[in-house]
Design a protein around this ligand. Structure first.
Ligand code: HEM
Length: 525
C-alpha cells in the first residue's frame, strides 16, 4: 500500500471514530430512556427489516423494559409497554402526550393536514373531535342501534347462504352500519364493491402516512432539496390522487343533494346543513373519509379475529353458547336487553380485543412539550408509541397470554373468574387518554349484537385438513388474521328457520342501496 492510500484510510477511520464518539456523547447528553444501540446518523432504521413494527417493539420491550427509546435517523422514538406508563403519561400528563408526530411532510401532502388521526393536538383537532363526538359519543351512539340490530340479522342470513364468504360478510356488516348512519345507504351483498375498496384504500393510505414510511421522514435534511431532486413529493401527491377521489364521490354527491333537497336523513347531510360547523371543503372531505375508514375496517378486522378464535378455542365458545341458550332460550334471537345477563359473552368480547388486538400499537402519539419521566428526558416532538401489543402479550399482566381465556375479564365475584388475570379488568385495544377511540361505544355495540347472534345461530369449526395459518393480513395500523377457512353451520334446523324468518322484517327505515354510487365510482377507477 503506498503512503497516500494508507493516509486516506487512517483519515476515514479517524472521521468514523469521531462521528461515533459524538453520537454516543450526544445520546448521553440527551439522557433518553435506555434502548437498543443504533448506528450514527441512521439510528435503528436497519433493525426493522423483515419484521413487523409491533412484533419487533414487543421483542425489545422484553429486553429493555417497559419504557425504552430508539432512534430513527435523527428522531427519538419512545415506546411505552406497561399500564403504569400509559397511566402516568397518556392519562395524567395527557396535555403533553396527545399530539401526533410532526416529522412527516410527506404525510401532510397526502392528508392535506386535514385527517384527525394524524392531527396535532390543538384547536383544529378539538373542532374535529367535537363534531365526531356529536356523532359517536355514548348517548349519540344509541342512534346506531336499529342499524346494528337489522344488519346483524342480514349477516346471519348471508352466513347461512354463503358460509365461506365470512371474511367479506363481516366487512359488509360493519361497512353497512357505518354507511347507514353516515350516508343513509347500505350494502346488500357480502361482495359489495365499496367495503372491499375501503379496505384497499385504507392500506394504501396508512402504508404511506405512518411515521417512517419515507426515508425523508427520518432524515429531514433531505426535505430541503428542491422538487426536481425530491421525487418523493410527487409520489405523495400521487398517493392522495389514488385515494381521495373515491371519498370525494360521497362528499360531492351529498353536497349536491343537500343543495337540491333530495338528501336522505344522515350524519353527513346534517353536518353539511349545519351552518355552525367551521370546516373547510378539504376538511369535510377528509372527515368523511376518516369516519368511513375508521368505522369500517377496525370492526370488520376484529370480527375476522372472532372467527379465528372460535376455530381455535371451541370450549370457550361452547361456554358462551350455553350462557346464551340459558338466558335467551331457543325461540328468539339475542337482543340488547340480554346483554347485562351475559357476562361470559361480554368477557369473550374483551378477551378478543386482548388476544388479537386489531390495532396492536393503537396509533402513534407525539409530545407537544418536553418532559422528564423516571429521571429520563423525553424531548418535545418525540414520537411516543403506545405498545398495546406488549401489554396484551405480557404474562405479568395476563397470565398465559397466548391462551384465549374470557375468565380473566369476569367480575372477580363470579366463581368462574381467574383471580388477578387482567389489570383491573381492562384491555387497551381502543387506546387511552385524550386520543382514545371516539368510536368505541359504537364498535362495542356492533360487536355484541352480531357476535351474540352468530353464537346463538351457528357452530364455527375448523375445515378438515386446513388449520388457520399463523400470521397477519393488513398493514399498519390495522392487522387482521391471515386469510383462513372454517365451517359455519347452523346449530340446528330450527335456528336456520329463525334466521330465514327474521332476515327481512323490521327494517329501521327505507335505506338507499349503495349501488346508487356504482356508476360514479366506476368513472374514477
Ligand atoms: C373494534 C373497533 C375499533 C377499534 C379496535 C378502534 C381502535 C382505535 C384506536 C386504537 C385508536 C387510536 C387511539 C390513540 O391514538 O391512542 C382509534 C382512533 C380513532 N377511531 Fe377507532 N377503533 C374502532 C372503531 C371505531 C369506529 C366504529 C369509529 C367511527 C365510526 C372510530 C373512529 C376513530 C377515530 C375518528 C379515531 C381518531 C381519534 C383521534 O385521533 O383523536 N373507531 N381507534
Amino acid at each position: 500500500m503506498d503512503t497516500s492510500n494508507s493516509k486516506f484510510t487512517i483519515y476515514i477511520l479517524f472521521s468514523l471514530l469521531i462521528i461515533f464518539v459524538l453520537y454516543i456523547a450526544s445520546n448521553i447528553a440527551r439522557n433518553l430512556p435506555n434502548g437498543p444501540p443504533g448506528l450514527p446518523i441512521f439510528g435503528n432504521i436497519f433493525d426493522f427489516r423483515g419484521s413487523l413494527l409491533h412484533v419487533k417493539l414487543t421483542e425489545w420491550s422484553q429486553q429493555y423494559g417497559d419504557v425504552f427509546a430508539y432512534k430513527m435517523g435523527q428522531s427519538s422514538v419512545i415506546v411505552l409497554n406497561s399500564p403504569e406508563s400509559f397511566n402516568d403519561l397518556f392519562i395524567k400528563k395527557g396535555q403533553k402526550y396527545s399530539s401526533r408526530p410532526r416529522a412527516s411532510n410527506q404525510a401532510t401532502l397526502i392528508t392535506e393536514g386535514a385527517r384527525i388521526v394524524n392531527m396535532q393536538y390543538g384547536d383544529l383537532w378539538r373542532e374535529h373531535r367535537k363534531i365526531i363526538h356529536g356523532f359517536l359519543g355514548m348517548q349519540n351512539a344509541k342512534i346506531f342501534l336499529p342499524y346494528q340490530e337489522y344488519e346483524s340479522r342480514r349477516t346471519l342470513k348471508h352466513l347461512l347462504d354463503e358460509p365461506d364468504a365470512f371474511f367479506q360478510e363481516v366487512a359488509r356488516y360493519s361497512g353497512s352500519v357505518t354507511f347507514s348512519m353516515l350516508m343513509g345507504c347500505r350494502f346488500d351483498r357480502s361482495d359489495a364493491f365499496i367495503p372491499q375498496q375501503i379496505g384497499k384504500k385504507m392500506q394504501n393510505f396508512f402504508t404511506h402516512i405512518r411515521p417512517g414510511a419515507w426515508l425523508v421522514d427520518w432524515i429531514p435534511i433531505l426535505d430541503y432539496l428542491p422538487d426536481a431532486l425530491a421525487p418523493w413529493r410527487k409520489q405523495a401527491v400521487e398517493i392522495r390522487r389514488q385515494i381521495m377521489p373515491f371519498y370525494l364521490v360521497f362528499y360531492e354527491q351529498m353536497k349536491e343533494r343537500v343543495r337540491n333537497g333530495t338528501a336522505p336523513d344522515c350524519f353527513v347531510a346534517r353536518v353539511l346543513q349545519n351552518e355552525g360547523t367551521k370546516l373547510s371543503e378539504t376538511e369535510y372531505a377528509h372527515l368523511i373519509a376518516e369516519l368511513i375508514t375508521a368505522g369500517t375496517e377496525t370492526t370488520a378486522t376484529t370480527l375476522q379475529w372472532f372467527f379465528k378464535a372460535a376455530v381455535l378455542f371451541p370450549e370457550q365458545m361452547k361456554h358462551a353458547q350455553k350462557e346464551i341458550d340459558r338466558v335467551v332460550g331457543r325461540n328468539r334471537l339475542p337482543n340488547w336487553e340480554d346483554r347485562e345477563k351475559l357476562p361470559y359473552l361480554n368477557a369473550v368480547i374483551n378477551e378478543l380485543h386482548r388476544w388479537a388486538t386489531a390495532t396492536p400499537l393503537a396509533f402513534i402519539h407525539a409530545t407537544s412539550e418536553a418532559d422528564v419521566y423516571r429521571g429520563k428526558s423525553i424531548p418535545k416532538g418525540a414520537t411516543v408509541i403506545p405498545n398495546v401489543n406488549a401489554i396484551h402479550k405480557n404474562s405479568q399482566y395476563y397470565p398465559e397470554p397466548d391462551k384465549f381465556m374470557p375468565e380473566r375479564f369476569l367480575d372477580p365475584r363470579d366463581p368462574r373468574s381467574s383471580p388477578g388475570a387482567s389489570p383491573g379488568g381492562q384491555h387497551f385495544a381502543f387506546g387511552v387518554g385524550r386520543r382514545e377511540c371516539p368510536g368505541r361505544h359504537v364498535a362495542d355495540a356492533s360487536l355484541y349484537i352480531v357476535m351474540s347472534r352468530i353464537l346463538w345461530a351457528f357452530d364455527i369449526t375448523p375445515k378438515p385438513n386446513s388449520p388457520p395459518p399463523d400470521g397477519y393480513s393488513g398493514a399498519f395500523p390495522v392487522f387482521g388474521p391471515a386469510v383462513f377457512q372454517c365451517a359455519v353451520k347452523p346449530r340446528n334446523e330450527a335456528a336456520a328457520q329463525m334466521i330465514r324468518e327474521r332476515a327481512e322484517v323490521d327494517r329501521p327505515k327505507e335505506m338507499e342501496d349503495s349501488s346508487i354510487y356504482d356508476e360514479l365510482l366506476a368513472k374514477i377507477q
